[in-house]
Design a protein around this ligand. Sequence first.
Ligand code: WTA
Length: 648
Amino acid sequence: MPKTYPPSAKTIANAHITAENYGPMYEQSINDPDTFWGEHGKRVDWIKPYTKVKNTSFEPGNVDIKWFEDGTLNVSANCVDRHVETRGDQTAIIWEPDDPNTTESMHITYAELQVHVCKMANILQSLGVSKGDRVVLYLPMIPEAAYAMLACARIGAIHSIVFAGFSADALGARINGSDAKVVITADHAPRGGRSTPLKSNADAALLHCKESVKCLVVKRTGEQTTWTDRDYNYNDMLLEADDYQKPQEMNAEDPLFILYTSGSTGQPKGVVHTTGGYLVYASMTHQYTFDYHDGDVFWCTADVGWVTGHSYIVYGPLANGATTIMFEGVPTYPDAGRFWEVCAKHKVNQFYTAPTAIRALMGAGNEWVEKHDLSDLRLLGSVGEPINPEAWNWYNDVVGKGNCPIVDTFWQTETGGHMLTPLPGATTLKPGAAQQPFFGVKPVVLDPQSGDVVHGNDVEGVLCIGDSWPGQMRTIYGDHERFEKTYFGDYAGYYFSGDGCKRDEDGDYWVTGRVDDVINVSGHRMGTAEVESALVAHVAVAEAAVVGYPHDIKGQGIYAYVTLMNNQEPSDELRKELEKWVRAEIGPIAKPDLIQWAPGLPKTRSGKIMRRILRKIAEDDFGALGDTSTLADPSVVDDLIENRMNGS
Ligand code: WTA
């Protein structure tokens, strides 16, 4: 029996949620959601209070999700204005630059944040952006990214953030996908001592977009960029911009943002989150999961290009009046002590990162941690993929010194906030398990083949959710049918997460990883189909199949089987060329770790690629190949096994 960790008396004494109140609150949240959320919905300020709470249906053909549907509010008023009245001089955002030796960190108070957000809102309005319009953000991790998010929320525009690590092509597709009016970018993005030319990527992307799309350019490094007719200089416009603007009254179900994410088929889809339910859920999970209290300094190391940055750098913490850190850099620059140096410098109380970073820093050695004073840390969090017990133990012993509960939070872009997570004052921790549902979340384990509900404990299956919660995505932008098919098509009446899970003998949940063709590389979610379509777009490639394989640091690596055109010879140059090609098509995060030349791919007689077999070969698990007799040409498998690539 692996060791478990009950909450300490000290943690329980201060905690919002303890073992005593978790049970009754959870029961009410499931059995009487109208009363539970009717009460907890009041944690945000409403312009017109709601009279209806939950109106949701997971019925096939009629999936419809509405929360607080007759209430009105503004997210920027909730994240900024209401705190200016009570804590205007408190730091809202601490900005920590990529290079601490050349650039100072910045503290932005709530009163200052209001001015920045209002000016940005006025600038966007002067560019013709109004309620319901889409604005794409392609920015480094600088305060202007938060200003822009909140400015959009203030005027009712819908933001769609594209991670600065995505290529020009990926950016262009997302600008067109949401028919955006404006793109906000910066000259360059410094990261880990390197610099990405964001503006020139945006220029390349915009070549494929409507001429009317405007580009607002923020100065970050001051490096030279070209200027075109569609460009607007943010720093110049700031000088003229008015420093107040009244927040728009938004309906609870008006969209707040679109965020593209990868699925098992096709191109990334635009996940739509709305205003009221999302904010209630992001702020409540932030407060309870991290046991956040007034005056705490909270650091989530994610990028605002991912959902984690939306919910736990910007919306959750700021709705709660927290001090939140925005970090521009990477864990290992200028050295492997950077995270811990920042924790010490800003006296961080809650620290939230991904297992891939923990594993990389564990490999760098304990001395990097021990150099820094981490005595203000009270809680540690993990997100993005299952955390292996070795990394959990290191995080607990070396970083937390045995004094900080670890919350292993399972959730998704689609869920808006935490779904399964320990609560620090209530849960006896089990390394590697996300353990318990958050309030309002009804996990259900289904048999993957029959779709039957698996009852009892010590069972396995696929993870579904039985009813709606306020932070749930509402639709896929412009394609509600795809939304229904993707999430409600496999198991009627349930939201299907795409993950496998087990419920152990105590009723705790362990998420075991994706059961579809989504892989998780360094905590970044990637559809194998996207990488495949990038590869086959190269002239030398006839066919490609991409799978994940276990990788010591990244969690999963990208393994590509590539069949070349008849006239092409395999070579190391071509391999490099294909890597470069995928970087350009999608971005550096999608670069295959291993490319195997495959004279043929295992296919059924009807021509379907048998990915199960390719996964097993990549995982070096030949014993479990299963039945290969249905293959059109079983001999291709022998060739693939013989020439398997090695790496980790
Ligand atoms: C995986 C990130 C195990 C899971 C917030 C999910 C996890 C996907 C955990 C969503 C965790 C995230 N334990 N697996 N604590 N957290 N995942 O949309 O496979 O980028 O479906 O959201 O990450 O990734 P996404």
